[in-house]
Design a protein around this ligand. Structure first.
Ligand SMILES: Nc1ncnc2c1ncn2[C@@H]1O[C@H](COP(=O)(O)OP(=O)(O)OP(=O)(O)O)[C@@H](O)[C@H]1O
Length: 423
């Protein structure tokens, strides 16, 4: 082996450092020669900024794509998905088929969203069509539930707009873009409580697209029972599932941290709703993840030094339809419970095994196609190259709405015809 991997991080998390040390890698300073840098999203901006003129060499790997924000900023994600749908529609793709109400049958997986202030008039038009709806306002550049509020009257948004214009104190932040999304007010409840899913998805290349799904995602529960009642619109313990919010609730449980594993959810749904619908739900979840990645693939800077482990946030409604809420570039590596620590340690371990094969000095020119044994708890979600070499891109859905396997090699492995259901 030609030398040890030299690592740097600006995120002081034990789940990272323990993984680097376990591999016998050597810590160096940022201004020294490094091979592997696990960096924050602020740092990636500098690494790839034109001003710094920094050029990565073939033995250097980083954990973000330069313009990851095309997927991970709330407004840009929606913009890219809207553009993708329009393009498919123009091409006459069956994926862009619409129902009698003009809604995409297969690509309606993000709650209706507008950018503010830019799309204010469009929002008002939409709001008036259904004046009893509830909407959620979210600042594009913030996380952990900060700056989020719910509204159900136009006057509230007018007031927000007036306040942010007149107050000099907030004038800086008012320049910050917001998104306003239709609030999913019929979430699936378990024990009367709302939850969302946090799923991890690793992308090793965008062109061709190759992505992996981590099997050990989890559900994050609210501490307070859900009610769509307008009198509770201000109660964030009812509506926001972020751990950063919920941990301040009186009923927050420090042992399990309000979390369930995805496999528990699956078992629960299989026993309460049946295997078939549960299987379809998980197929649909995989479908929306792949579609979101395909939506941004053409605009991503597919730099060969980069990989990315995204945190997907998904809400399931009471009709078992999944909704993509947002994608995080730096999913939290903070551990709120003992199980959390194990999960996140293993997540990083499995991510490194794919991104830096055999723990050896990286070569960014490798074809990023690890053997199955190296995947750990990841499984291939979509492999564009394999899908194409199979003779047909397998992401077509049957017109009956049945979901179709997405893994490039799935049909070949199972010997089934082109349209197969994900298990
Ligand atoms: N359209 C929606 N309908 C219902 N609930 C929503 C919707 N959008 C967001 N939420 C709730 O609000 C929470 C916070 O939203 P979101 O994840 O977009 O914001 P964030 O502050 O960026 O969080 P994060 O820390 O995950 O980045 C979600 O986890 C979800 O519980």
């Amino acid at each position: 082996m030609a030398g040890k991997v030299k690592w740097v991080t600006d995120i002081e998390k034990s789940v990272l450092i323990n993984n680097f040390e376990k591999r016998g890698w050597i810590q160096v300073a940022e201004n020294e020669d490094w091979n592997f840098y696990w960096m924050s999203v602020q740092t990636i901006r500098n690494v790839f900024s034109v001003e710094t003129g920094y050029r990565l060499s073939d033995d250097q790997i980083v954990n973000h794509f330069p313009n990851h924000y095309e997927l991970t900023r709330k407004d840009l994600m929606v913009k890219n998905i809207k553009r993708y749908r329009k393009e498919l529609e123009k091409e006459g793709s069956p994926l862009a088929e619409k129902d009698e109400n003009g809604k995409y049958i297969y690509l309606d997986f993000v709650p209706v969203t507008f950018m503010l202030p830019a799309d204010y008039n469009l929002f008002v038009e939409e709001f008036r069509k259904n004046p009893s709806s509830t909407w959620i306002m979210k600042p594009c550049g913030k996380a952990q539930g900060k700056g989020i509020f719910l509204i159900n009257k136009l006057s509230q948004i007018k007031k927000w707009s007036r306040d942010s214009k007149t107050s000099s104190f907030v004038s800086q932040s008012s320049k910050e873009a917001y998104v306003i999304s239709l609030y999913i007010n019929n979430p699936l409840l378990i024990g009367g409580k709302k939850f969302d899913l946090r799923l991890y998805v690793l992308v090793s290349t965008y062109r061709p697209l190759r992505c992996y799904m981590y099997k050990l995602g989890f559900c994050r529960f609210c501490t307070v029972k859900y009610t769509p009642s307008t009198s509770e619109l201000d109660n964030m313990f009812v509506h926001l599932t972020n751990v950063a919010i919920q941990k301040h609730g009186d009923d927050y449980n420090h042992i399990h941290g309000g979390k369930w594993t995805v496999s528990n959810l699956r078992l629960y749904l299989e026993s309460t709703r049946g295997k078939e619908v549960t299987s379809k739900l998980f197929d649909d979840i995989h479908w929306i993840i792949v579609q979101s990645l395909k939506a941004v693939a053409p605009v991503m800077n597919n730099d060969k030094h980069c990989f990315e482990c995204y945190g997907y946030d998904i809400i399931i409604d009471d009709k078992l339809k999944p909704w993509l809420i947002e994608v995080n570039a730096s999913p939290s590596l903070t551990s709120s419970t003992a199980n959390d620590r194990i999960l996140k340690y293993n997540l990083i371990n499995d991510t490194l095994n794919i991104a830096v094969p055999n723990g050896e000095i990286p070569d960014c020119k490798w074809n990023k196609s690890p053997p199955k044994e190296a995947l750990g708890n990841y499984e291939i979600l979509y492999d564009e190259e394999m899908a194409q070499s199979d003779g047909a891109d397998r992401d077509l859905r049957s017109r009956s709405g049945q979901s179709i396997g997405l893994k490039g090699n799935r049909a070949r492995d199972s010997g089934k015809p082109v349209l197969t259901t994900w298990k």
